[in-house]
Ligand binder design. Structure first.
Ligand code: FO1
Ligand code: CA
Length: 308
């Protein structure tokens, strides 16, 4: 039996690491959002894939929440002398990943294959897949017009007021073939939606042709861990997005967003009061500590979610 974990960046990667601690390489596949990907300084950048990859390898930068630990910034410092494009910072070590990925993609190698090669070189045994090998780009609709996700998130520091999202290229994109095979397989034990941003980290995968329908059709339960704890997001702009979209910024709001897709939800003990309301929607709830501080927290949440 196999588990499919759906992950965005930091929050998702923490649980993905927990799952990787308790499940073997044969038992776990992680599928990562690629709709925050973009092209910048001539490089093909895949922030969520890299965050999961560096986290699984134990090389992630814990202070920044992205990139590599022990990073240096010589290249960006030199580049800043003649470019105004250094608002998105690629560290010296991280640049190596980007030089390699961009060159391989340029040769026609798929993002799946490049990711596999990078994971192999970092001694990651679990399978990490991009949600698609095709180009999908999250566009954030704001009071300042439609912005590419990284322009909204990094350059504008999430300041513009959000009114919606669209995923450029989503209709033409095919979900990654191994992900499709798993979703169609009878050996799937569960689908775990990691505590990532529902709007921009999970929804792109769900909106790829056939994915939501295949998740619903598979007998494996779909379980989401709420990224909203006590009315705020552990990391990132999810809470601000919920508020600006006029949605309840609570774990119940997360349950409503995923709706019928869910067979179960994991919420934090501080949100225990929401359990009856979510269960009244037909979604059984596990109430536990979901805030992952230590490595042990990650493994414990993974184990409890699997048992649930
Ligand atoms: N986030 C920032 O806030 N500032 C950056 O300069 C930045 C650079 C960066 C480089 C590579 C990478 O993989 C991620 C990077 N991120 C940066 C993080 C990232 O873009 C976002 O956290 C995610 O897209 C949200 O999931
Ligand atoms: Ca199902």
């Amino acid at each position: 039996k196999q588990v499919l974990a759906v992950s965005g960046g930091v929050g998702g990667a923490k649980l993905a690491l927990g799952l990787a601690q308790v499940l073997s390489a044969e038992q776990l596949t992680i599928v990562s959002n690629t709709a925050d990907d973009f092209e910048h300084l001539g490089f093909s950048i895949s922030p969520d894939l890299d965050t999961v990859m560096y986290t699984l390898a134990g090389l992630n930068n814990k202070e920044l929440g992205w990139g590599l630990a022990g990073e240096t910034w010589s290249c960006m410092e030199s580049l800043a002398h003649f470019s105004d494009q250094t608002w998105f910072r690629l560290g010296d070590k991280d640049l190596a990943t980007h030089i390699y990925r961009s060159a391989e993609l340029q040769k026609g190698v798929s993002l799946s294959r490049v990711t596999e090669q990078l994971c192999q070189s970092l001694a990651i045994s679990h399978r990490l897949l991009p949600m698609t090998d095709d180009r999908v780009r999250t566009m954030v609709q704001t009071d300042q017009g439609a912005l590419a996700f990284q322009h909204y998130f990094v350059r504008e520091q999430c300041r513009p007021v959000v009114s919606g999202f669209y995923f450029d290229g989503i209709e033409q994109a095919a979900p990654q073939s191994d992900v499709v095979a798993l979703l169609e397989s009878s050996s799937l034990a569960s689908i775990i939606i990691c505590p990532s941003n529902p709007f921009v980290s999970v929804d792109p995968l769900l909106k790829l042709a056939g994915v939501a329908a295949k998740m619903a059709a598979n007998k494996a339960p779909v379980i989401a861990i709420s990224p909203i704890v006590g009315g705020s997001a552990i990391k990132g702009p999810a809470a601000k997005m919920f508020a600006e979209l006029g949605l309840a910024c609570t774990c119940e709001g997360v349950a409503d967003f995923y709706g019928e897709l869910l067979d179960g939800m994991v919420i934090d003990t501080v949100d225990a009061a929401f359990q009856p309301a979510i269960e009244a929607k037909g979604i059984p709830c596990l109430v536990t500590n979901t805030v992952m501080k230590s490595l042990q927290d990650r493994a414990e949440l993974a184990e409890q979610t699997l048992a649930f």
